[in-house]
Design a protein around this ligand. Structure first.
Ligand SMILES: [Zn+2]
Length: 103
């Protein structure tokens, strides 16, 4: 049902916008909005826009917009990668740091 997915996309976008706007003064509220958006997205099988996926912990929904919410480290062992740790739930995300691609 495409209608349901379209509504889901809109609701996810609105919730993420809301979460971003209130992340610093109401982090608990923002977290609830993110978790709800992720639940809607999963159920309707829609993707959360990349821009928002980077802003929040994908496990607990904590906004990564306030100081002390995450730790970023660059690791050079094995292949160079960036490690992002959520300081609330400990979720660790590794991003390979690729050399600039020449197109
Ligand atoms: Zn987390």
């Amino acid at each position: 049902m495409p209608d349901i997915r379209r509504i889901a996309v809109e609701r996810v976008a609105r919730l993420m916008e809301f979460a971003e706007r209130h992340a610093s003064e109401r982090p608990e509220l923002a977290r609830d909005a993110v978790l709800l958006a992720m639940r809607i997205a999963r159920k309707a099988r829609v993707r959360i826009p990349y821009r928002y996926r980077r802003l929040f912990c994908r496990k607990c929904g904590t906004p990564f917009l306030t100081p002390g919410s995450l730790r970023v480290r660059v690791r050079a062992r094995r292949s160079t990668h960036v490690v992002i740790t959520c300081l609330r739930c400990g979720y660790v995300k590794r991003i390979p740091a690729l050399r600039e691609k020449t197109k």
